[in-house]
Design a binder for this molecule. Structure first.
Ligand code: FPP
Length: 258
């Protein structure tokens, strides 16, 4: 089934989404794009399918978009796969999502690794099932030395939880006498977040027509451009990503200046 779906995907080389890399950097100018992948359930409902079918189609979109991110010259793609609030969902849906995540890592790691992708996870993923944690840690370690784009998956992620953990880490260092309380600044907080070593966030995309951040990258989005599309996540593809980057290219970013 997966192979059939893969073959049905338009080869990236045949699309017109390739960036102009002749000057070194892609013309759109974005380094780090993050996506709130919303609408899997509605995609399934429209087809009278169970919600898990929407999540399965969502994984196909993850595959398309991670490939496209590389083609489009992004340094980092961050995907909101499971929030710290998603535990409120029915146990069966949580089990389906965990199973899809496991399967994704097991089946796609070879391709990601071969393409030089560095897999990262943000969020309190260590609180998840130990077998998932072991799988994730193995995947992160295997791809850590790669030189290609970073694909960061947000798992058991909530921005408020991330900030609370960062504050705890800084407070611990202050108590240990490693830093002075009065010296703690924006840069220290930035570095203590899960995204500390990722490029600054340029563009935050949310699919499915909802226009909120849902506790995703709240600190990092301070000066990110926001892009909302009515497209449901399972329909998102390389052209949709290229369209978002085209829109980004036309934005006037002033970072509070003139
Ligand atoms: C939101 O749609 C989507 C999620 C909560 C899960 C996103 C997960 C995937 C795309 C698949 C797993 C990811 C990886 C990296 C393997 P929703 O279910 O809330 O949709 P709805 O609002 O239409 O109900």
């Amino acid at each position: 089934m997966r192979h059939a779906l893969r073959e049905a995907t338009t080869p990236l080389m045949a699309t017109k989404v390739r960036p102009d890399l002749s000057q070194g950097a892609p013309a759109h100018g974005a380094r780090h794009v993050a996506i709130i992948m919303d609408g899997n359930g509605r995609w399934a409902k429209k087809r009278l399918l169970p919600r898990v079918a929407g999540h399965r189609a969502g994984v196909e979109a993850v595959r398309r978009v991670t490939r496209a991110a590389r083609e489009l010259g992004l340094e980092c793609l961050t995907l909101y796969a499971f929030s710290s609030e998603n535990w409120k969902r029915p146990a069966s849906e949580i089990a389906d999502l965990m199973s899809l995540l496991r399967h994704f890592i097991q089946s796609d790691l070879d391709e990601l690794h071969a393409n030089g992708v560095r897999l990262r996870v943000i969020g309190n993923y260590r609180a998840m099932d130990p077998s998932v944690v072991a799988l994730i840690d193995g995947a992160i370690a295997r791809t850590a030395g790669n030189k290609g784009p970073i694909v960061a998956i947000a798992l058991n992620y909530g921005a408020q939880d991330e900030m609370a953990r960062a504050v705890q880490a800084l407070a611990r260092r202050a108590v240990a006498g490693e830093i002075a309380l009065d010296d703690i600044g924006v840069g220290d907080i930035d570095a203590a977040l899960d995204t500390g070593d990722l490029p600054p966030l340029d563009l935050l995309i949310r699919t499915s027509g909802e226009q909120r951040l849902s506790n995703f990258l709240l600190w990092q989005a301070a000066y990110a451009e926001l892009y909302f599309t009515d497209m449901l996540w399972p329909d998102f593809d390389e052209r949709a990503l290229a369209a978002a980057l085209d829109a980004f290219r036309l934005r006037d970013r002033r970072f509070g200046g003139l």
